[in-house]
Design a protein around this ligand. Sequence first.
Ligand SMILES: Nc1ncnc2c1ncn2[C@@H]1O[C@H](COP(=O)(O)OP(=O)(O)OP(=O)(O)O)[C@@H](O)[C@H]1O
Length: 424
Amino acid sequence: MRNSLVAFFQRYPAASYWIGFSGGLDSHVLLHACASLREHYPHLTFRALHIDHGLQAMSAAWAAHCREVCTVLEIPLVVEALELVIPAGESVEAVARTARYAAFQQHLQAGEIVLTAHHQNDQAETLLLHLLRGSGVDGLAAMPEIRPFASGALGRPLLGCSRAELAAYANQHRLNVIDDPSNQDSRFDRNFLRNQVMPLLEQRWPAAGKTLARAARLQGESRQLLAGFLSEKLPSLQGTKPNTLSVSRLLTLDGAMQKAVLREWLTQGGFRLPEEKKLRQVLCDVLQARADATPCVRWNGCEIRRYRDDVYAMSPLSAHDPQQVLVWETREPLVIASLGRTLVAEAGYPEVVTVRFRQGGESVYLPERGGHHSLKHLLQEWGVPPWERERLPLVYVGERLIGLHPRFELQTDNPFKVPRIVGD
Ligand SMILES: Nc1ncnc2c1ncn2[C@@H]1O[C@H](COP(=O)(O)OP(=O)(O)OP(=O)(O)O)[C@@H](O)[C@H]1O
């Protein structure tokens, strides 16, 4: 283990390493092994971070245990107590995990690496869990040894070590390890695999943990090759607007390639990947839709829409009431809460205006085009997607429409001029 750690720190030098310390055996071993490296590698700087999810009656006792261990090992510890709210229908583990990573992120400075104690058996169990969910290569790909994370990286230096090796280390160094009672609860899928399925597999295939971890690593290599290939392909499928894909170009590909391209595009956009069923819905309902249709397929954190030949991926639109009328004293910025936007007026702007949203029937005076034009037709002409139309701030002086979003200015000198929009 010591050698794997030394090799890891040589491969991934960092200003400082944060050790995610849960108080359990695995991260206790990591903490102890890192602490003992300092004698020969005094340049290595470690700190520990314990996240108290506040979900168990014992959680404060766990934090106290972490404090004691860190004091003895002379590793500074930060304890972050969270107050988690578990939304109905969400898994406690998943919510805790997301909150934990968000807390890690907050502490990590540029050039630092946060370390977790994931090991070979975690890798094997993760592969089995994904297989049982019917995942493709994205799910089956191994947890990597290192990946970019916030302004630094997330490293897993113990992936080459088995759980048995970690247990032997804990024994040898007489580590005072508290057992988390929830680890025995086989209602959780991972515990069931760990406590019941893996021991059975290992009776027949003693190296099952190691070989499953290798299978996951090989899937990871395939995933990486595929990502490289798809990244090269994506620019040729670009739609007419930034970050969109062209429907007509996608339709020249076969179904498997369409799905692969959509997944890579969503990954690059930072969206959560959909289940297979949703992805097929995108192929059927969005790509195959009539040219004048505006379909939408949604899942957690993402909406896929189509307008004309472009496919858009976006965060779900906020609730917005287009009936609202906002009086704006333009010497101050105007916050439009329902849009998460702030308008800032340019010099020379009328002192007081009102901001409204499209109701239909508006017309706009465009002198260079010789008179009034229907806003509806102009929005169509400018290719503004329908879901954006009632979210455009329309600025009025009295009943006269004087401006909207800068993206839609026709010419800089036209009177249909807009306040500058910040935070857009
Ligand atoms: N409460 C915690 N505080 C700090 N670090 C933690 C905490 N819980 C887990 N970790 C870190 O994450 C590693 C993995 O923990 P665990 O296996 O419980 O999480 P998981 O949810 O299965 O994994 P992952 O976080 O990747 O989903 C631990 O070895 C430890 O380094």
